[in-house]
Design a protein around this ligand. Structure first.
Ligand code: FES
Length: 146
């Protein structure tokens, strides 16, 4: 193998490693919460917004919720101690499922981007995401489906 080929191969391997690391990192952040459904409300324990590893509690910015009544998941962002944002993860441009990425939701189809409050940040989508009302008590939050 020539020196130039060797350097090109190393560059490709490094680039692949960087891309895979980014993919794994974004997947690692997606946590599906355990929920219960009653009276058209999805209940989530507030403790789901914390991850405990090796005895250390770490906050989660968001959790994902799946339910058989819904075609797409809901992403639930913790905005502050008592405020949560529940967003239907269907892109308003052409109905692709969005990917949460930190404080944003990104569409893999054409690149639209939405804030954690569901506001369009980047086109081609022009309409904000569907939001659900969220209420809470001392232990749970409740997403109202209707
Ligand atoms: S479907 Fe999401 S940007 Fe087109």
């Amino acid at each position: 193998m020539e020196r130039k080929e060797f350097i090109q191969q190393c560059g490709k391997i490094c680039l692949g490693g960087i891309l895979m690391g980014g993919l794994l990192e974004s997947c690692a952040g997606n946590y599906y919460a355990t929920t219960t459904l009653a009276n058209d409300q999805i209940a989530i324990k507030k403790s789901e917004f914390f991850e405990v590893k090796n005895g250390i509690s770490k906050p989660r910015k968001y959790v994902l919720v799946k339910n058989e009544k819904l075609s797409f998941p809901i992403s639930v962002y913790k905005i502050n101690e008592d405020t949560y944002s529940a967003l239907y993860m269907e892109c308003t441009h052409n109905s692709c499922e969005l990917n949460p990425n930190g404080d944003f939701l990104i569409c893999p189809c054409h690149g639209s981007e939405f804030s954690n409050l569901g506001k369009v940040q980047n086109p081609p989508a022009e309409t904000d995401l569907k939001k659900y009302n969220v209420i809470s008590d001392h232990e749970n939050i409740y997403i109202q489906l209707s």
